[in-house]
Write a protein that binds this ligand. Structure first.
Ligand code: F6P
Length: 434
């Protein structure tokens, strides 16, 4: 029987090593693993990706780890992680895809490590691919993989989905291996991107792409939000901030997320009114990538200086578990979410799915989600005045208007759900002549 071979840098599990040398596999968060997990659970599939460790494991260590069935881990050494993940992928590609200049200049050793890592992925795929299997590769880190698979003369159908925005051609001079990346993306049967703007950007590189806006598992969020432990978390939050509207932001530590601008908008708002609290959680991310630790320090300093004047921000820097995330989303009256650029931004959709009571989302026009969540208050992410004005509008919005907007948002998010996303991509991929 033919299977789906999912390939991504991140797996739905990450392996960690205990001080006693024992290995443990734990669930990973993030848009990509969460999105693909639903497909992985339903369809006969295998999933190839990095262990998440900055060191190689021996075959004996790997086989002693209790990994879910169908997971095939790729071992990388510390140097390979630094050169492939931290420098090439997140020091160069990630900023360029988000409209920011590259953070590092690549060296010969980086290109060498990149080739080794790509071959590691390709070898793992070639080893297990059977005729009729469909290969679905994900995200910017692996853009060069399709042409390598074609080089191996793998006849299977290959799909590629880019979770980030597609980059504009103004970055051509900073993008390494430009021709190779374009050739590689030309080698796939279906090239999927998030929204219409990404199709246009891909076209400017001479690539034919189609948009498949990623969604969330609406029913799951809606159901979990009614569970007793989530209800308790929600009640606790409401009691912690009596009589206040809760403005909240939940994001990964990343300069693309506009966290400092959000804090500036909160400071401006707090100067004239205090009928709200700002609950900000930043999830630790890419801490060893250049610039992320500085961003963390800048956020901590900005929060402290605002709280000195107006003690209005409840800030945490941690990975919240599922119960905590859903409780918080359920309690969030206004979501403040203004990334400078974002492929989709699933937390906006998760809020809509997790909360039945009307709420408001102040959403960046540069998030892919703004294409679909048109009943949010859409703002330019670099316009502090507009963001603050939208927050005021949200705080003062009538119940009727909120309810009307929220109903439309719930309808859309329920319809354009995660199932629809992967079914439409897989239908196109299996229908290509290959
Ligand atoms: O497309 C961006 C993305 O892969 C998201 O799906 C995910 O949340 C984020 O990047 C995580 O990044 P990393 O794998 O570097 O932790």
């Amino acid at each position: 029987m033919s299977r789906i071979i999912l390939v991504s840098n991140r797996l739905p599990v990450a392996i960690s090593i205990h001080p006693d040398g024992g290995l443990e596999a734990s669930r990973t968060d993030g848009g990509l693993p969460t999105a693909l997990s639903a497909l992985f659970a339903q369809q006969e599939s295998v999933w190839i990706g990095w262990t998440g460790l900055r060191q190689s494991l021996t075959p004996a260590q790997l086989s002693s780890t209790d990994l879910p069935r169908g997971i095939i881990p790729i071992n990388l050494s510390k140097q390979q992680v630094i050169r492939f993940y931290e420098r090439y992928s997140n020091g160069v590609l990630w900023p360029l895809l988000h409209g920011v200049p590259a953070k590092v200049t690549l060296e010969a050793a980086d290109f060498h490590a990149l080739q080794i890592v790509l071959h590691r992925f390709a070898d793992a795929i070639v080893k297990i691919a059977r005729p009729g299997d469909v290969i679905w590769i994900h995200d910017y880190l692996l853009m060069l993989l399709p042409s390598l698979l074609r080089h191996y003369e793998l006849p299977n159908r290959i799909g590629f989905f880019l979770h980030t925005p597609f980059m504009s051609t103004e970055f051509i001079s900073q993008l390494p291996l430009t021709d190779e990346i374009v050739r590689s993306l030309q080698a796939v049967d279906v090239l999927g991107v998030q929204v219409a703007r990404d199709v246009v950007a891909a076209k400017s590189w001479g690539l034919m792409a189609k948009s498949y806006p990623i969604g969330v598992d609406f029913e799951k969020f809606d159901r979990l939000a009614q569970r007793a432990d989530v209800m308790r978390g929600y009640e606790e939050l409401r009691q912690r901030y009596p009589g206040k509207q809760i403005i909240a932001s939940l994001s990964r530590l990343d300069y693309s997320k506009g966290i400092l601008t959000q804090l500036d908008a909160i400071a401006e708002l707090a100067a004239t009114r205090q009928d709200f609290v700002y609950r900000l959680n930043v999830a630790p991310s890419r801490e060893s990538v250049l610039g992320y630790q500085d961003l963390h320090d800048a956020i901590v300093a900005r929060v402290a200086s605002i709280n000195e004047r107006f003690p209005i921000i409840d800030f945490t820097y941690e990975n919240l578990n599922e119960r905590e995330v859903i409780s918080l989303l359920k309690a969030t009256d206004i979501q403040l979410n203004v990334p400078i650029k974002d492929g989709m931004n699933l937390v906006a959709k998760e809020h809509v799915a997790a909360r039945r009571e009307p709420a408001v989302i102040v959403l960046s026009q540069e998030a892919g989600a703004a294409d679909q969540l048109t009943e949010a208050l859409i703002v330019p992410p670099n316009d502090l005045g507009a963001i603050t004005a939208s927050l005021r509008q949200a705080l003062d919005m009538s119940r009727d208007e909120k309810a009307r907007r929220w109903r439309a948002l719930r309808r859309g998010v329920k319809h354009d759900n995660i199932q629809r996303w992967y079914e439409s991509f897989m239908t196109d991929l299996t229908n290509t002549t290959g």
